[in-house]
Ligand binder design. Structure first.
Ligand code: PMP
Length: 363
């Protein structure tokens, strides 16, 4: 496997080889246009078609009705952390948030600047080592919305169910697991996810809005933080990241035509996760998984070794063996193997074999 195929980075992460090859060609010349992708106008008919097909592909892959609005926005997931409360907490209403790790902490920190929040649950006392049960969640009936993060990228915690009430708009940051598996996406008022994990390169964020929820949003906010303005312009409100959006289109085509949809990619992702967690389970004294078993992420396998010295040696030897991106997030250290859609099963097999050999050298 080449270096791109052994990239376990937390994001931007590995993209499928065939998509990289098409982007390589497009860099010099998009065949049907005759120009470099970096020099094609966002006002061209071709780019309008790119956006149109991408909106359709997302709805088709996720099983969403044609009335669902699909926006390609800028500012990353971080922009959504603040744009969302700016839109929804203007009238003194409160929102429910789950605090399950580093990124939901950031979302809460931003939302607090715009209004009142109610903490539905916090995993802080448990060092964010697990997710809540339904019985532990404190959900209000009159919240403007309920927000959570489906996959905590830093801690490697993933919800394997849909939490929240059906009568309160459910909003989810799916930045690190959208398009990695099928889901009950119709149960969400809004889903957002930046591209740089499973979906494409950095620079574009998908915002998926259910029709009825879209109608409930204010329309008098400044254009850049106004969902209506963005939707009416079909994501071309100002100059969008043409290259990033085109890359996401290629990833959705790859998922649909080469992989065969979200069910198939989910099987492959499950096999990759099983392959690595098996090593953790077989050698739990050496490879110490961070997440509670029931809440383990299928995207980010996070673990520690018996000492920081051994962790440094692991990272060093892994680099020499051709792996990259295995260092844990700067906030908690340790090791993190991110196994997004673009990474093939063979890469996890190779990493599992490396982990076996590395462990033997210490025992
Ligand atoms: N949410 C999640 C779940 C993330 O993993 C990240 C970044 N890795 C963010 C939000 C922040 O995203 P961005 O840098 O695109 O603003």
């Amino acid at each position: 496997l080449n270096a791109n195929q052994l990239n376990f980075s937390g994001g931007p992460g590995a993209l499928p080889e065939t998509v990289l090859q098409q982007l390589h060609t497009a860099m010099l010349c998009v065949p049907e246009v005759g120009l470099s992708i970096l020099g094609i106008s966002h006002r061209s008919e071709w780019f309008a078609q790119v956006v149109h097909e991408l909106e359709d592909n997302i709805r088709q892959l996720m099983g969403l009705p044609a009335t669902t609005r699909v926006l390609m926005m800028q500012g990353g997931a971080t922009q959504q952390f603040s744009m969302l409360p700016m839109n929804l907490l203007r009238n003194g209403q409160s929102a429910d948030y789950i605090h399950s790790g580093y990124w939901s902490g950031k979302a809460i920190h931003e939302a607090e600047k715009s209004g009142k929040l109610q903490l539905a649950w916090s995993g802080k006392a448990d060092q964010f080592g697990r997710l809540p049960t339904d019985a532990e969640l404190q959900l209000s009936t009159d919240a403007a919305y309920f927000h959570y993060i489906s996959n905590e990228t830093v801690e490697g915690l993933q919800f394997h169910r849909v939490p929240g009430r059906e009568d309160v708009p459910r909003i989810c940051d799916m930045s690190s697991d959208l398009l990695s598996a099928p889901g009950e996406f119709n149960r969400y008022a809004m889903i957002y996810a930046h591209a740089q994990k499973n979906i494409g390169p950095a620079g574009v964020t998908l915002v998926i809005l259910r029709d009825d929820f879209m109608h409930s949003l204010p329309s008098d906010l400044p254009g850049f933080i106004n969902y209506h303005a963005q939707a009416d312009a079909h994501s071309i409100y100002n100059t969008p990241p043409v290259f990033a959006i085109y890359s996401v289109l290629l990833v959705t085509r790859w998922l649909r035509d080469e992989i065969g949809g979200l069910h198939t990619i989910a099987v492959r992702n499950q096999a990759k996760a099983d392959c690595l967690y098996q090593v953790l389970d077989d050698h739990a004294d050496f490879y110490r998984g961070r997440a509670a078993v029931a809440d383990r992420s299928k995207m980010n396998v996070v673990f520690n070794l018996p000492s920081t010295e051994i962790e440094q040696a692991f990272l060093q030897q892994a680099r020499e063996a051709g792996f990259s991106g295995l260092n844990g997030h700067r906030s908690i250290g340790g090791i993190r193997a991110s196994i997004y859609n673009g990474l093939e099963f063979a890469a996890t097999e190779q990493l599992a074999a490396f982990m076996q050999v590395f462990r033997k050298s210490y025992q």
